[in-house]
Design a protein around this ligand. Sequence first.
Ligand SMILES: Cc1cc2nc3c(=O)[nH]c(=O)nc-3n(C[C@H](O)[C@H](O)[C@H](O)COP(=O)(O)O)c2cc1C
Length: 351
Amino acid sequence: MSRLWEPVSLGKLELSNRLAMAPMTRDRATPSGAPTELNARYYAQRASMGLIISEGTQPSEDGQGYLLTPGVYTEEHQAGWKLVADAVHAAGGRLFIQLMHVGRASHPDNTPHHRQAVAPSAVRPEAKMFTAKGLQDIPEPRALDEAEIAQTVADFRKAARTAIAAGADGVEIHGANGYLVQQFLAGNSNRRTDRYGGSAENRARFGVEVASAVAEEIGADRTGLRISPGATLNGIAEGDTEAIYQAFVPELARLQLAYLHVVQAGDDALLRWIRPRWPTRLIVNRPGRPREKVGMDVDEGLADVASVASLSLANPDLVKRLQTEAKLNEPDRTTFFGGGEHGYTDYPTLG
Ligand SMILES: Cc1cc2nc3c(=O)[nH]c(=O)nc-3n(C[C@H](O)[C@H](O)[C@H](O)COP(=O)(O)O)c2cc1C
């Protein structure tokens, strides 16, 4: 019997098992970024997961990159997220909202203010963005000045407060996958010469400031953070991956956050370095890991919680299916991003 099915504490919460739903953008909020009853149903269907981490959610207008992603900075957003939190809790689940500021991974056609995207430096990612007019090249962003960096940190703080006011159990800061926090970490997207650029410590400063502000606002025990060391998504090339995370992780460790969430690809050397240095819960996501290996990191003591994305998208009753070794539904990629109920709330459950 896998340890996946044992309960575990996380912050002040007691999770009923150690399998988490990884964050997944689904592009099904309203045009103004409010979650709906449909979104609430989708998450509530998946409440048997020990922890649900929501789709990436923008903390500000600047933070949006994709069409129809939710926000968490207006009263309307708060009311929408309350539908989700209430439905998840009524079904016995736990919900963290992922705060995602995309930085340069955006397009003016997709944001409410249609302005140039912001980033650590004016460096264009070699990437395209899906817009209402189809795929377009991502234009060059402009560099944030220090006052704007402080404002961005304040935006994260306010978004965290809004998430808690909506009834969420906590928030996860998105520090992974080539979005704003990782754009500060990586040398090819951060060319700054002030205290936010240069050394690994300086490049880690923005992420540490966001985590400190959020933890101060809502409590470290309700704050998680996601990293993806070495990931190259959205045009990222870190260069000095080990140095970056050996600077960043110990600073985060001091804050006693509820958890660190690692997207782990490639060899495990850095993860094994992090494991004994991380004082609270470690969540590990292994992209593409087959079902029979989902519990491996937890069983081997390398993680406290395992997170899965696509499997939980396609299987609302994933916990039961894994426990009973039942057949799994296949995820339908054509309905991942955007649309209605189909490919969202209509995946069948057992029996
Ligand atoms: C449809 C879809 C949307 C995703 N959106 C996000 C997101 O908003 N935030 C994030 O951190 N990761 C996002 N991811 C990445 C997943 O959380 C996860 O790391 C990745 O899919 C690998 O896990 P898996 O093999 O279990 O799917 C997304 C993945 C998928 C499939």
